[in-house]
Design a protein around this ligand. Structure first.
Ligand SMILES: Nc1ncnc2c1ncn2[C@@H]1O[C@H](COP(=O)(O)OP(=O)(O)OP(=O)(O)O)[C@@H](O)[C@H]1O
Ligand SMILES: [Mg+2]
Length: 373
């Protein structure tokens, strides 16, 4: 048996789990936290748990992250209970408290750990296999937002301030460009021009929010396909996971990031741009799935702006890659020269594609909004 970098028996022993610890192993393909699955014997039945070490480099205040996660889960569980929903512990993550009743355990080395009930008979997928899967994931994220639309005050913590403040992201790009610290601006001239021509795009949504036209919501903020558990039997998106970035935001951040990640034909860092095309059938499936659940609470003004959130969030991530390229690859890990520039190019190609398909996207949103939920 391989030795693990952490003593999982000791970690698991801190949590209020009944039964005998049998084993643990690294689990899943997450990039941020360290995830392990353990097996316990509970009176002759094998039961699994998920243990996660929170990445304290990314989340500077893990205790605040856990406060958000705890409140969100308590609220969702209460609503599912009130509605008499079956299989509540497969439809919502469940935190196992420590033996002293806390939401997380801090080990002697300062690592933060949490434990969840293992959601069985469901899986996460790294690649979207079909529009049906995109629709299932979008339904799940829409339902997640809907369940949190009435979370009582106080506001959740802003664990990553200005996460989607596009004008501030643009200002960072302009600073990087002015300094040109890695002497790369000449190599990225076409991308810099593309970005500078779209300065006004950065005001979309933020301006509407500041003018009170669209409300603050609770957003998941990491709406990749592999953050939804898909039920093995029904293929339904049964549970939204990975809640570290849940915080106040706009509903559009989640829809826009789904569009960014699910409608692109190739890899995020594909150097051959002819392979990067916008897949309209995926967009249609996302709009359909999302509106089936989120349609119940979105205002008409929010629905009106769904289509534009795709190119906006894609542009935002593109300028972040570009800025990081210009400062010399400080934030995003790179594995080859020009890696961040390649990533920027795929985003900008998608922005251009979506600008071309704007009317079609608007029409699809209207059609699914019109069919009601
Ligand atoms: N409660 C659970 N039950 C079953 N599997 C789970 C559970 N929680 C997480 N997983 C699995 O572990 C993987 C990693 O979990 P998670 O997404 O929380 O980690 P992460 O490191 O934050 O990921 P990311 O790279 O998406 O930020 C998931 O994709 C899923 O396959
Ligand atoms: Mg994840």
């Amino acid at each position: 048996m391989k030795t693990l970098p952490h003593d999982l028996r000791a970690v698991a022993g801190q949590f209020a789990i009944v039964g005998d610890y049998l084993a643990a192993e690294p689990y899943g393909s997450g990039h941020i936290n360290d995830t392990y699955a353990s097996i316990f014997d509970q009176g002759g039945t094998r039961v699994r748990y998920i243990h996660q070490r929170i990445n304290a480099n990314v989340f500077k205040q893990p205790a605040l992250v856990m406060e958000n996660v705890e409140r969100v889960l308590r609220h969702v569980h209460a609503k599912l209970t009130a509605a008499g929903v079956a299989e509540r512990h497969r439809r919502c993550l469940t935190l196992i408290p420590t033996r002293s009743g806390a939401a997380f355990y801090r080990d002697p080395r300062g690592n933060y750990w949490r434990t969840y009930v293992f959601i069985e008979k469901a899986a996460t997928y790294d690649v979207i296999a079909s529009p049906a899967m995109a629709r299932a994931a979008a339904r799940a994220f829409g339902r997640f937002q809907q369940l949190l639309a009435d979370l009582p005050a106080p506001r959740l913590h802003d664990t990553i301030p200005d996460f989607h403040h596009t004008p501030r992201r643009f200002a960072v790009l302009e600073q990087a460009l002015a300094r040109d610290a890695a002497n790369r601006a000449a190599r990225a001239k076409a991308e810099i021009d593309f970005a500078l021509q779209r300065r006004t795009l950065t005001q979309t949504l933020i301006r509407d929010y500041e003018q009170g036209l669209i409300p603050e919501r609770i957003a998941h903020n990491d709406t990749k396909l592999n953050n939804v558990m898909i039920d093995d039997a029904t293929q339904e998106g049964i549970c939204v996971i990975d809640l570290d970035t849940v915080m106040p935001g706009l509903a559009h951040y989640d829809f826009g990031d789904m569009v960014r990640t699910a409608t692109r034909s190739g890899a995020e860092d594909e150097p051959d741009l002819s392979r990067i095309v916008f897949q309209a059938d995926m967009f249609d499936a996302l709009a359909q799935g999302y509106l089936e659940t989120a349609g119940g609470f979105l205002t008409p003004a929010e629905t009106d702006r769904l289509a534009v959130s795709g190119p906006l969030i894609t542009f935002e991530i593109g300028i972040r890659f570009l800025a990081d390229y210009l400062v010399g690859d400080v934030y995003f890990k790179t594995h080859r020269p020009d890696h961040n520039l390649d990533r920027c190019r795929t985003q900008f190609k998608m922005v251009a594609e979506m600008e071309r398909c704007r009317d079609a996207m608007e029409a699809m949103v209207r059609r699914h909004a019109g069919s009601g939920s």
